[in-house]
Design a protein around this ligand. Structure first.
Ligand code: HEC
Length: 470
């Protein structure tokens, strides 16, 4: 058996030259002291492979037609064997990939690995980051539910604001002037053919560059990169102390990659894919579109900036970030690599992480959008005395006041918390606020009957400290 396999290998190797191709790649020397910090690149590749495999499997059952996509997805999720699990794998695989790309980027930046001669390792990586985000966005759309549909509308509006070519780009995104079947076909083609083709190409180039220049040695403070001598020093050092990539260098990548796959599988199995919401209905404006978690922070930016500067910020900020990232290695391709000697770079990373982190938290809370899922207020809050107060509490829910206002932690956060509203407002104030609205609070004069307003006010009059603690 073993002899058969060996001769089969020799036959293939003779024809294909696999050994010549893979041998140097596997045997090339890597710095001995490469540590656990170096695993994120290979982990990104592992996540990408998970995405390719699960994506192809999903494509077997997906129908990129606006009339059937939603049902196809329901079928995959609820009926197809392992369908739910498969969707889960693809979703958590995407999350893992975004996380790994982010970690890989922060690590290579902090280690100064983008400096000479690895500038293009970095810039192909930046492009791959862009492709990864684009995959996340287009993939979310293929769910073809309310959120998906509205996200595209938002994206198209955003694109429409680009000077000169805006109209064209918006039309390209929508596949016409409105959201419809053509939009879905287009996003499907982009998600499964166009971007993956670029990704395969750039991943190939990226890996080739990693092999060509070798893995950067861990930075040492006081040992700057000098393009004139770096390559020779690196090669001498690796010749002297390096270890072959396979197996001595790669075991950490292997362990971490395996752990990543196990993590994706466990999450997919335990939590399952994100739920599919209602089918898209362009006539329902009430949707509360929210991107998947990795784009939530950007969603927060758009929600929080003043509407006047929204246009320029939407377009300029991402363009600027992209250009800065692409230029980083060209601006500083030599000098100190260790982060302790690069305070500005370290500061930029810390500020970037803090900014995205805090935006991400506020995106997750999204206090600016109404909470349409608010449950009716429980009896304990409504007060047992019943009558007009209970009636007011019921109206507070039924007329959707609760989607914007909190009562004892229940409801939405778009408006002020009304738990203790009567500590600050008189009966008269309450009536005026409800009837006239103002400042993002709708006016209810023409919506509520005077009796309903009375009941609401009676309910809100119970919301003060003295009353509640007695
Ligand atoms: C679309 C979201 C939204 C809905 C729905 C809504 N409100 Fe408001 N409400 C607000 C906002 C925002 C404010 C703050 C307005 C401002 O800037 O002064 C507010 C303010 C108020 C205030 C004044 C609170 C204070 O502390 O100054 C009261 C009282 C109030 N709303 C009651 C209601 C009632 C009763 C309903 C249901 C009939 C309701 N709201 C529905 C958004 C909403």
């Amino acid at each position: 058996m073993k002899r058969l396999l060996v001769s089969l290998w020799h036959w293939l190797d003779d024809r294909l030259g696999l050994g010549d191709l893979l041998g140097p790649a596997l045997k090339h020397l890597v710095p001995r002291d490469a540590t656990w910090w170096y695993v994120f690149g290979s982990a990104t590749l592992v996540a990408f492979i998970v995405q390719v495999v699960t994506g192809v499997a999903l494509a077997f059952s997906f129908v990129p037609s606006s009339s059937q996509a939603y049902d196809a997805l329901r079928f995959i999720t609820d009926e197809a064997p392992f369908g739910r699990f498969l969707r889960g794998l693809h979703y958590y695989g995407a999350s893992a990939m975004v996380l790994m790309v982010g970690a890989h980027m922060v690590q290579t930046f902090l280690f100064g690995s983008y400096k000479y001669p690895r500038e293009m390792n970095w810039s192909t990586g930046v492009l791959l980051l862009g492709f990864t985000i684009a995959m996340g966005f287009t993939g979310q759309l293929l769910r073809w539910d309310q959120t998906a549909a509205w996200s595209v509308v938002v994206a198209a509006e955003q694109a429409g604001r680009i000077p000169l070519i805006g109209d064209f780009v918006a039309r390209f995104i929508l596949g016409g002037t409105t959201l419809g079947g053509a939009t879905l076909s287009r996003f499907f083609a982009i998600h499964v053919f166009l971007i993956p083709a670029f990704m395969f190409g750039f991943i190939g180039l990226h890996v080739w560059l990693v092999l060509r220049h070798g893995i950067s040695e861990p930075p040492v403070p006081g040992k700057p990169v000098d393009p004139a001598t770096y390559k020779k020093e690196y090669h001498d050092e690796v010749e002297r102390t390096g270890v072959p990539f396979w197996p001595e260098g790669a075991w950490r990548d292997f362990v971490f990659g395996t752990a990543l796959i196990v993590g994706i599988v466990v999450f997919a199995f335990v939590y399952g894919p994100p739920p599919i919401e209602k089918p898209p209905d362009p006539s329902i404006l009430q949707a509360d579109p929210r991107p998947d978690w990795y784009l939530l922070w950007y969603f927060a930016v758009l929600a929080l900036i003043p509407p006047k500067i929204e246009g320029p910020v939407m377009i300029l900020a991402p363009a600027l970030i992209g250009v800065i990232l692409l230029l980083a290695p060209i601006l500083g391709n030599h000098g100190e690599r260790h982060w302790s000697r690069r305070p500005w770079s370290l500061g930029a990373v810390v500020i970037g992480v803090l900014m995205v982190g805090s935006l991400w938290i506020s995106g997750a809370k999204s206090q600016w959008s109404p909470n349409f899922e608010a449950a009716p207020l429980p009896v304990t809050i409504v007060d047992a005395s019943g009558g007009i107060v209970a009636e007011g509490a019921r109206i507070f829910h039924d007329r959707a006041c609760i989607t914007c206002h909190l009562i004892e932690g229940q409801g939405g956060r778009r408006g002020p918390d009304l738990t203790l509203v009567s500590d600050r407002l008189s009966e008269n104030d309450l009536v005026l606020r409800i009837v006239n609205g103002g400042g993002n609070m709708p006016a209810y004069a023409s919506i509520l009957t005077p009796a309903e307003v009375d009941a609401l006010v009676a309910f809100l009059r119970t919301r003060h400290r003295a009353e509640l603690t007695k």
